[in-house]
Design a protein. Sequence first.
Length: 158
Amino acid sequence: MNDVNLTHLDEAGNARMVDVSGKEVTVRQATATARVHMAAQTVALLHSKELPKGDALAITRVAGIMAAKRTPDLIPLCHPVAIHGVDVSLELGHDFVDITATVRTADRTGVEMEALTSVSVAALTLIDMVKGVDRTAWIAEVKVVEKTGGRSGAWQRQ
């Protein structure tokens, strides 16, 4: 492990933000997913829009979009990038909600952290919206599933 070049540490071992000014601007995209498990009755309330706090799915979607834009404020060494698009989709299952966020940019670094932040905050928001009727709701399976662009090119989780 001593031969590993840790990009976020300087020669003295101090944290640093990587200089990406020499990288080429390319179109980049990342998609992340998360799953929020909950009681089937709670999913039924989401379908019928009868939750006491209102339209939880609309609020969750907006929270995911807003979170992607605030990622560098939350992740200490994350570069601010110009986000050109964020799509957040929600798919209701029997006893879960799957959240997918796709973030796009044309910049010098990728948007994987923005996609992960988007689904994470969306999932937290959904928990907040349903906790009054379902204290058992929980978040699982937060992960990047695909990225494109940049020097390393396309990648997809198998």
